[in-house]
Design a protein around this ligand. Sequence first.
Ligand code: ADP
Length: 436
Amino acid sequence: MAFRIATFFLLLSAGGVAGFQAWGHVGADIGVALAAGAWFLFDLLRGLRVTRWLRRGDAVEPPRMGGLWGEVGDRARRALRKRDQERLQAEDRLQAFLAAIQASPNGVVLLDAAGHIEWCNQTAAEHLGFDVARDHMQLVGNLVRDPGFTAYYAGNDYSGDVVVPGRGSTASRSRRISIQLHPYGEGRRLLLSRDVTALEQAETMRRDFVANVSHEIRTPLTVLSGFVETLQTLPLDEAERLRYLGMMSQQAHRMQSLVNDLLTLSRLEGSPAPGMTEWVALEQIMAQCESEARGLTETLGKHQELLFGPVPAVSVAVSQTELVSAMSNLVSNAIRYTPARKAIDIGWHLLPDGGVQFRVHDAGLGIAPEHIPRLTERFYRVDRSRSRETGGTGLGLAIVKHVAQRHGGELRIVSTVGDGSTFALLLPAARVHQAS
Ligand code: ADP
């Protein structure tokens, strides 16, 4: 600043001196005035350059000049650069924030005060059938037309959620999306969506399961208490008393089998898959299964011809208890659903890929194709009364499927009504090695 004042006065003095030398005293005044004018003009031009540059908003290239205007330009440049950096940082933060919301497993939609979609992530678009670009600033009420959502949106009570059919939902394959609104800012709303299809299915399965178990237990219980009442109130002779006691024992047995199967299933679901440490020879497993099967034909009095084939000389990495229980379930089904004196083939076979399969083939009733995909559902039976008559719980094949899956294998069913059925439990090659 001092330099600026000094140069100003120096210029005035120089103008005064030059004017004085040219025209005397009057010339000195004119020289001072001309010097002042020239100084202001020069200063104005420099000022104009700086303002023009500022108007362009170019933070990189300020006009090159010294003095006060040079400093103004420099400071303005620094301020502009700082502002640009802050804007870039804010932009980066916003992008990172949006990327985080984009990655969210939940759908997120930002609505303005009037209900227009300001922004939504891909998950929300997928849940609700929006097109991120096309539906920008569309009214959400025009896009989600479910009456439940319309009432929820208008109701202004967003303490709970509302469940609507999701994109691609059909009558046979319903997809359920939960939506909850959260007010924020000035009248704005945040819409969160979540796919609850699996949750609702699990809830339905749980309800069905409880209802099924209660029903399965209630039936033998009702029969039992009926018999108890009869024994208490009616004078029965010895033969009749024994007959009633026999039937009671049968019902008690049925309840016991049901509870045992339920416990087996819950153990299978609640424990980690069997490791690869316990190697057992297939022959040993087959021997255990054979003695149980022969015992069962005796108990049921059906006397089928059980044909146990040769067993490959391999060891398998399995849980022996689980595998024997799965095999026994398949054999017991074959015995129970095959008329007396018909043959049942039971055997282990090596597969070309190095795996093994346990196969039970019967020439029994057979199963219609529409039932086959559902046989492994809990309590699913083709013929409810036949299953009960023969002491079935409706859980046997669910157990077999679980055991197969826990060992990385699978259960395959081939059946023709009237011709019989083949049930095969496959174990993968990783769980098989040649017996030493
Ligand atoms: P259950 O205890 O009723 O036998 P499972 O889960 O073992 O229950 O079997 C489910 C249903 O599959 C049975 O009720 C029966 O209708 C059918 N099923 C199973 N095995 C056979 C078979 N070998 N032959 C004919 N039907 C079978």
